[in-house]
Write a protein that binds this ligand. Structure first.
Ligand SMILES: [Fe+2]
Length: 130
């Protein structure tokens, strides 16, 4: 997988959350393109994902977003999936050329931001233009 990038089309209109998304993308790139070991970066990615989801859910709660429960479920499913992947790779090892991890993480994050996160961004915008 080549280096992935955050684009303006991914902006949710909240700087702290955009910065989180940028950092997550940076970490996904780091899985295969940094000098730090794969598992260290993967651990950091899982940690930061949890921190980000919490921040995002707190924000959605604060603004009274009606889709919060469904959104939270998506976060929980992903966190569990990534935790299970990390455990499996720790136990079974990982080929250094294996790109499926970053491919999976990136395709999930990209579609989550562009579809699910955009729903709360659009809802917030619509509310402010009423
Ligand atoms: Fe989200």
């Amino acid at each position: 997988m080549s280096i992935i990038q955050w684009t303006e089309a991914m902006s949710v209109g909240v700087e702290a959350l955009d910065n989180d998304h940028k950092h997550l993308i940076h970490l996904i790139n780091g899985l295969h393109y940094s000098d730090t070991g794969f598992f260290e970066v993967f651990n950091e990615l899982l940690d930061y994902t949890c921190t980000h989801f919490e921040r995002e859910e707190n924000h959605l709660e604060a603004i009274g977003y009606p889709g919060l429960d469904g959104h939270r479920t998506q976060h929980d499913v992903f966190t569990n999936q990534v935790g299970a992947m990390l455990k499996r790779y720790r136990e079974e090892g990982l080929s250094e050329t294996d790109q499926s991890v970053s491919d999976f993480l990136w395709s999930w994050l990209k579609s989550h931001i562009l579809i699910e996160d955009m729903k709360y961004a659009a809802w917030t915008k619509a509310r402010h233009t009423l």
